[in-house]
Design a protein around this ligand. Structure first.
Ligand code: GAP
Length: 450
């Protein structure tokens, strides 16, 4: 595993991830995915979708709107409770999350408790703090043409136009629960899955893509009969480990579970296990598994006046289902995979950087190149091999830049598992050299057996 600076540098140098709005000096907490980054990100998301939706009979996908009726956030509790403890240094005016700059505190830290810790400002080193304020992390926007400042006569009307960018994809699922039940008629237990953007006005975005203001979540809300929640909580716990270890190929010894104590749990959760990962800067939350009870559906029922009850087809019993929620951020998964893959080794006395990405996640599976690019007969044969491989796999790249050594270095750095090279022997016997990324071993393979 590399240091975070090395990974950030490689991501920029090779076109995986750039600072958002870099050309204007950047926009903190936002990141843009370049050609290689977006390919890898999509592969991660596709694998998740295959695992949790396509390969299961009991989980259905949806894609809901990002801007939702503001009642959503009243019912979900986000309007009142989705807030961090913000503290400002009176000397340098820097703002921080109070619980993050002191040890052993949670989001419920009070001003008195904070002042007793005698924390120094991480920016200027002074100790002169203002009071802790609760800072709601939802991004506000206005829908339609009426802004509060425009409508002096009827400000209440303008207030009705305030909306929020969703801070979690989960609410798009809960608000569609009834639609799915009434159109698909699923047997309980069943799940609804969604992938998409979520927005949080984080006080201090940090650690590259670990804590962002705009992130992508992949969430399942799994609806179960109330007295069965423990069984399905356990099942989801196993599934997410299986997904992380066997599909994302993350090593089990870097994955840890943290049973979240009641005072640290989100307002909707009766049990949460955070899955932690050993990132370059230490152990951090990768994903969460929460037992959300009937909190969300019961609140939607109250706020909308519409029944959220489910009628069990075999027993005839009616109840509001309880919910198990595995929720994972794509960026955190991306960072776990790329930092785990980052390796520095030495080949023939020369230092090399290699991304040992799993084949299913590497941006390219094969790189095809002619040994020499100024030999038309090699180039045309290589193009033929390239076409053959592209018909089989959609992620094959072509590289004829620099010399072969430089090409190998580049493909190692972007994690391409196999380089296929066409040389003069190819013209004689139709075999090519296949070079393995991790071992650098080279074997000759006939084109038809590629
Ligand atoms: N629906 C439940 C929910 O949103 P959460 O623990 O707040 O729960 C779930 O978020 C996951 O989303 C986290 O475990 C993390 O992977 C990701 N996530 C949350 N906030 C994030 C942020 N600011 N930047 C990147 N990822 C974030």
């Amino acid at each position: 595993m590399g240091k975070l600076e090395d990974i950030i540098s490689l991501c920029k140098r090779r076109g995986f991830i750039f600072q958002g709005s870099e050309v204007y000096g950047g926009m903190a907490g936002t990141w843009d995915y370049g050609p290689l980054g977006v390919t890898m990100k999509r592969k991660i998301m596709d694998e998740w979708w295959k695992y949790f939706v396509e390969n299961r009979d009991d989980i259905y996908g949806i894609d809901a709107a990002i801007i939702m009726n503001p009642k959503t956030w009243v019912a979900s509790g986000h309007t009142t409770t989705f807030a961090d403890p913000l503290v400002e240094c009176k000397e340098c005016k820097s703002r921080f999350r109070a619980d993050k700059i002191t040890d052993g505190f949670t989001e419920s830290i009070t001003t008195e408790e904070f002042l007793e810790t005698h924390t120094k400002c991480p920016n200027c080193g002074k100790e002169n703090w203002g009071p802790i304020r609760k800072f709601n992390m939802m991004f506000k926007t206005h829908v339609g043409a009426v802004l509060p400042e425009d409508d002096k006569e009827n400000p209440e009307l303008a207030k009705n136009n305030i909306a929020y960018l969703r801070p979690e994809t989960a609410q798009g699922i809960f608000t569609n629960y009834k639609n799915v039940v009434d159109t698909i008629y699923p047997n309980i237990p069943f799940g609804i899955a969604q992938q998409g953007k979520a927005f949080r006005n984080e006080i201090s975005p940090r650690d590259f893509i670990l804590r962002d203001r705009e992130c992508s979540q992949m969430e399942v809300e799994y609806f179960v009969a109330p007295d069965t929640w423990e069984k399905y909580f356990e099942e989801m716990r196993q599934s997410q480990h299986d997904f992380l270890e066997n599909v994302m190929k993350l090593p089990a010894d870097k994955i840890h579970e943290l049973e979240v104590p009641a005072e640290d749990r989100a307002h909707y959760s009766k049990r949460t296990i955070d899955v932690m990962f050993d990132y370059p800067n230490g152990e951090e939350e990768l994903m969460g598994l929460a037992y959300r009870t009937d909190f969300d559906l019961a609140n939607i029922e109250r706020e909308s006046g519409k029944s959220m009850e489910y009628r069990d087809k075999t027993t005839g019993e009616t109840f509001i289902p309880h919910v198990i929620e595995p929720s994972i951020g794509v960026e955190r998964l991306f960072l776990a995979i790329i930092s785990n893959a980052y390796t520095e080794d030495e080949i023939n006395g020369e230092k090399r950087i290699v991304l040992k990405l799993p084949e299913n996640l590497a941006p390219y599976r094969f790189c095809v190149s002619p040994l020499l690019k100024n030999k038309p007969e090699l180039v045309s044969k290589a193009r033929e091999v390239y076409r053959i491989l592209r018909e089989k796999y959609n992620n094959v790249t072509w590289d004829d830049s620099g010399n072969i050594g430089k090409r190998y270095r580049k493909q190692d750095e972007i994690g391409t598992p196999k380089c296929v090279v066409i040389d003069f022997t190819t013209l004689e016997d139709n075999t090519v050299t296949v070079r393995e990324r991790d071992t650098t071993e080279q074997t000759r393979v006939s084109i038809e057996n590629l």
